[in-house]
Design a protein around this ligand. Sequence first.
Ligand code: SF4
Length: 734
Amino acid sequence: MLFGRKKKNPIKIADKGVVEWKYATCGYCSTGCSIEVGLNAEGEPVSSRGVADADVNRGKLCLKGIFEHEIFASAGRGLKPKRRDHWYEAWQDTDWDSALDESYAGIRRIQEKYGLDAFAIISTGQMLTEEFYTLGKLTRGLIGTNNYDGNTTLCMASAVSGYKRSFGSDGPPGCYEDFEHTDCLIAWGSNLPEQHPIIYWRMKNAQENRPFPLVVVDPRVTMLAQNADIHLPITPGTDVVLQNALMHVIFAENLQDDDYIEKNTNGIEALREEVANYDPTCAAKICGIDEDTIRVVARLFANAPAAMQIWTMGINQSTHGSDGVVGINNLALITGNIGKPGGTSLSITGQCNAMGTREWSSCSGLPGYRYLENEQDRRDMADFWNIDIDILPTKRGMFQTDIYRAIETGEIKGLWLIATNPLSSLPNVGRVRKAMEKLEFCIVQDCYEDSESNQYANVFLPAGTWAEKNGVMTNTERRVNLITPLTAPPGEAKADLWIFNQMAKRFNAQNKVTFPDNAADVFLEMAALSRGRLGDISGMNHALIEKSRGIQWPYTEKQVKNNEVPPTGGKRLYTQPASFRYADGRAKLIPLPFIDNNEVPDEAYPVWLNTGRLIEHWHGRTKTGKVTNNNKFSPIPFIEINPDLAQELGVQRGEYVRLVSRRSDAVVMATPTQRVPKNMVFLPFHFHDCANRLTLGLLDPHSRQPAYKQSAVRIEKISDQQAAARLSMEMRTF
Ligand code: SF4
């Protein structure tokens, strides 16, 4: 007789007829998983699998990665260049030369009439690094506008700003391997299992092999909080208070690492003076964490031989985002937890190539973490690119979030949007929509023509996506990994690098500046420029990167020649004493007084609105909303609502409710759960015309990143549930 599993039929995996597997790096999140896409005999992508010998994911992929091959043939792809005189008119098909000529003429017309900076350019974290670098060269060296930014301002700007303020440079100092060495982990506003599932798997695997306490700071009982040893359900927007209170305890109980502080930092006296004001008894009343727990966590962290902190948008998307990052760095520095195995402060990046844009796009400065404010850096780049130094501004221009306000006021008249969709992703989208209507000329370059922002374009340039192109991306742990082209862009769509190079020809009449045609050559140009910089990639090339399944920087020519670095690159930054990027090599300890400047719940809008991501979807669902399995698992906008609040309001599970903020309203389905407290709802931000109708998005003063996670709403019952269901269906479509 057969029992148990033996009675069951074996699982059959459908034969997709794969004849060849091609290498790439996942194009969704910043984890940076190595992926192979299977092509059938017709050369069509039909399957995806993780790469077994890749250090990042070791053969695994998450729900997004395993269906990634479906995006190539998804609906709404842009197939032809298009044009129209006014955004409210019908599109006309055109050819590439005409579309590029019209784009060039439109940019120059605005600049001649209103000045160089009246035309703004906003890109993304989704393109490949060679494309970012080329766009930066074109923008800084030839077009000459200083109002150039990426949508990374919406996700990573606070991390960048905080690293620069603390260490003198951007650049995450740690790596995933640190999970295998740490003795204590604090996760600030980071829900790894849903946002970065494979990093979560690495963390959990490390914890099972070598147990360490996990402390999760998050207002929600997220999946990560459910796995925590200690969960700190903090009051939204008060991270800095908790950080100061933890430091207060560390100093009061003499748990700091005096030797490390003395050799590696400046500013200890001012920091001590500030945190003296944050006695846990008082801090508890602001941040909502009881004083005993604050003391326990401070001792746990400071007494651990190696202690690590990670964070994501819960820290960055706040009016104190940059301060929150500095607070994390302060905690790491006073306990000697930077640059050693298991001791680090590691920002978990958002988009697949947010790091590539930070390193090479020239948005906030110049390539390779050079500064516009530094004359030598400007001179070096002017010489290298063969441009006039005077075209380079002496300080960075507007951030993306300020560009839309400048469109409102008429300071900016023209816009080129590249692979980004502000009408989905910016807070208070109603205001952004009105601003876009005021533009005199707008170019949208995107792989999808049905993005909301394309409604306001005069010229549409259809681009390739992800592995229709060739180039590299950098992940959260500074690992540069390769994408090889698996298939061609559809219809007449072209790779972004081709589009930038064709545009450059029109601005480069004297042919002074060179623009290599292929990504491998662009990479070698970047590698040459990186020599001697923090992010030195001079020992890398495309072939080596693929062979090693990704290489972490720094990875220098000299190290390679002298066999001083493993084939997968350098794991950590700041491993030597006083090796930070300030002139004296010392990191800054910066005091952080807390100013309560968020929108908070009141009588009219009594509930916190917290927004975030789901495992099934990616950002505005432009891609995952069209991938069958991803959309099937999470098709409509919903809120998590505490069952006590739902009962008080008379709202049943599955009923639609109306969320109302001071900006606008949205209809969502109610899902009662204890994951949120009674005074908060959680709303995934992925759905069309939904979460960002409500958000206020006050800006961080340093990073200009919006506070997406701290708004106030009220909840209204809806009597006509059928009408609400129809409205909800509209929000799921494009
Ligand atoms: Fe892609 Fe991120 Fe999932 Fe890895 S964890 S497969 S990089 S979405």
